[in-house]
Design a protein around this ligand. Structure first.
Ligand SMILES: [Zn+2]
Length: 65
């Protein structure tokens, strides 16, 4: 059995705003002339595309009721 990467206390927390999916591909809804669906990469505003936050920042941002 192979384990996943161990979580350490020093590792940054997954961003609670995007759950680690820091960059979302957003389509404009219209296909271009070649049939492709163009997408824009939008970074999470909370972690700025990092997907993680320092533990202290998570304490500040957290608080889901
Ligand atoms: Zn984020």
């Amino acid at each position: 059995m192979t384990g996943s990467a161990p979580a350490t206390a020093a590792s940054p927390r997954i961003c609670p705003n995007c759950d680690g999916f820091a960059t979302a591909a957003v389509s404009s809804g219209d296909r271009d002339a070649s049939g492709q669906l163009p997408t824009l990469a939008v970074d999470c505003p909370a972690c700025h595309g990092a997907g993680t936050l320092p533990a202290s920042a998570v304490q500040f941002v957290g608080g889901r009721a």
